[in-house]
Design a protein. Structure first.
Length: 81
């Protein structure tokens, strides 16, 4: 997303998500970012072990839960995307 009316460090933003587009949470990555927050950083957590400290695992848990009750949950999930 390009927002020319804002200063360069925050004018450009990428909305990043780590799971399926319908259920992920989107996190703004501004073009002036110097470091990724630790919960989103590569190497934070393991691909084989669930961790509440890893944005990937928390998002994945919500996605998997939503799949089991799609019609009941998708509206709530999309409200907070």
């Amino acid at each position: 997303q390009s927002r020319g009316w804002l200063p360069n460090p925050i004018g450009g933003v990428l909305w990043f998500g780590v799971d399926d587009t319908a259920t992920t949470t989107y996190f703004p990555v501004y073009c002036g970012i110097k470091e990724v927050p630790k919960h989103w950083a590569q190497g934070h957590g393991s691909m084989r072990e669930f961790s509440w400290d890893s944005a990937f695992w928390v998002t994945n848990a919500v996605t998997n839960w939503a799949y089991s009750r799609w019609s009941d949950m998708i509206g709530d999930v999309q409200k907070v995307q």
